[in-house]
Design a protein around this ligand. Sequence first.
Ligand SMILES: [Fe+2]
Length: 201
Amino acid sequence: MTLNSSRLTHPAGHDTEIQKYGTVIDRPISLDHKVRLASVASLNQILADTMTLRDMYKKHHWQVSGPTFYQLHLLFDKHYGEQAELVDLLAERVQTLGGVAIAMAPDVAETTRIPRPPRGREDVTMQVFRLLQAHEIIVEDAHEAARAAAANGDDGTNDLLVSDVIRRNELQVWFVSEHIAGAGIADPDEETARSVAAVKA
Ligand SMILES: [Fe+2]
C-alpha cells in the first residue's frame, strides 16, 4: 500500500467504502427502512447547514470588529461550541438510524443551503444578518423535518429536532438579533410594535 498517493486503495483490492452515502443499513429499532431513509436525508441536510453555521460563528468570532468586539467575540465562540454539540447529536442520530453522516468540508459545501460568505471581513451588521439568515434556514428545515418524523413515527428524530436543534437555534437567534434591535432593520414588525407603543403611551 502506498500512502503518498492522492488516491488510496484498499490493500485487499476491494472498494474502500463499506457503506455508500445515502443508504441505510438495518437496525433493530422498530422503524421501517423507508422511514429511516427519509429521516437520514433530512438530518444530513440539517447537519450540513449546522456545520456551516458552526464555522460561520468561528469566522465571525475571529473577524468581528467595532465597539462591541469583545462581547461578540465571546458570544460568537459560545454559539460555535453549542452548534458543534448539535453537529455531533445530528451526526450520531444519522448513524443510529443506520445511515452515513455527511462529514467533510467539500461535501458540506456542496450540500448546504446557506449562502457562502466572502473570505474577507464584513462589518458587525452583515455578520449578524448572515447568522440570522443561516439560523432561519435551519429552523425552517428543522420544523418541517420534525413534523415529518412525528408523522412517520420516528419519535427520536422528532425529539432531537424539537428539543435540541429548534430550541437551541431559537435561543441563539434571540441573543444575536438583540444586537441589531432598535436599528430599524431587525424586523419589519419592529417599527409597527414601536408605533403601537408610542400611540399607547
Ligand atoms: Fe478563540
